[in-house]
Design a protein. Structure first.
Length: 221
């Protein structure tokens, strides 16, 4: 495994728990899990479709459209204020509980986020979590106006960290992101919390863990 000199993290589902929206979802439906799951699935689908069509809109707009679809599909009636409150949960998502321990273990390495999230969304959620002092960069796909797994997004990592891609460890919980990052040339760790099978679309990750705090050892640090 190449020597790792910096770490690049996906945000949603990796550092931040996208299903920490459940409390707000429960305010509008008795099946909060269904709403959370469909909302998240549509966010991903819309990023892929917009990238393929070349019709970019930032992730705030994508999340908004995905929420509108999810509530319609599940026959959940929400007024404008409820919709706004649901959408704004993405500005204050919870981090996974092992994040502080992992950051402590990686002291001395440059750490950065590379996310589909819009700059405003990422700034808000990073500040809410108190992660700002620990991050050298918070990089948004908005800089290249497309979405992961486009190589143009992954190329932001080497550009801003000033390192060869082989010396950057990319960490994500999303299977498509793991495959895309490995195809780009990063050293990759998959945080497979659900114990899911990997999609057979490309090279496998260099390491697979169930929690972020297992990652440093898995990469031989």
């Amino acid at each position: 495994m190449p020597s790792v000199r910096a770490f690049l993290f996906d945000a949603y589902g990796t550092l931040f728990d996208v299903h920490s929206v459940l409390a707000e979802c429960r305010m509008v439906t008795g099946d909060a899990e269904a709403l959370s799951q469909l909302w998240r699935a549509k966010q991903l689908e819309y990023t892929w479709l917009r990238a393929l069509m070349g019709r970019y809109e930032d992730f705030w707009s994508v999340a908004d459209a995905a929420l509108q679809f999810a509530t319609r599909r599940l026959n959940i009636r929400v007024d404008a204020a409820q919709h706004t409150r649901l959408l704004e949960t993405y500005l204050r998502l919870d981090t996974y509980p092992e994040v502080p321990e992992m950051i402590q273990a990686l002291r001395g390495y440059p750490l950065a986020i590379l996310s589909n999230g819009s700059p405003r969304m990422l700034k808000a959620v990073v500040e809410h979590a108190g992660l700002t002092p620990h991050l050298a960069h918070v990089l948004s796909a908005d800089l290249v106006r497309t979405y992961k797994p486009s190589p143009a997004v992954y190329a932001l990592g080497p550009k801003h960290l000033g390192l060869p891609k082989e010396q950057i460890a990319f960490v994500s919980s999303n299977s498509f992101d793991v495959i895309g990052a490995k195809a780009f040339g990063f050293t990759v760790c998959w945080v497979n919390r659900a114990g899911a099978p990997l999609d057979d679309l490309g090279p496998p990750p260099d390491a697979t863990v169930s929690r972020l705090d297992e990652m440093p050892r898995a990469l031989g640090l």
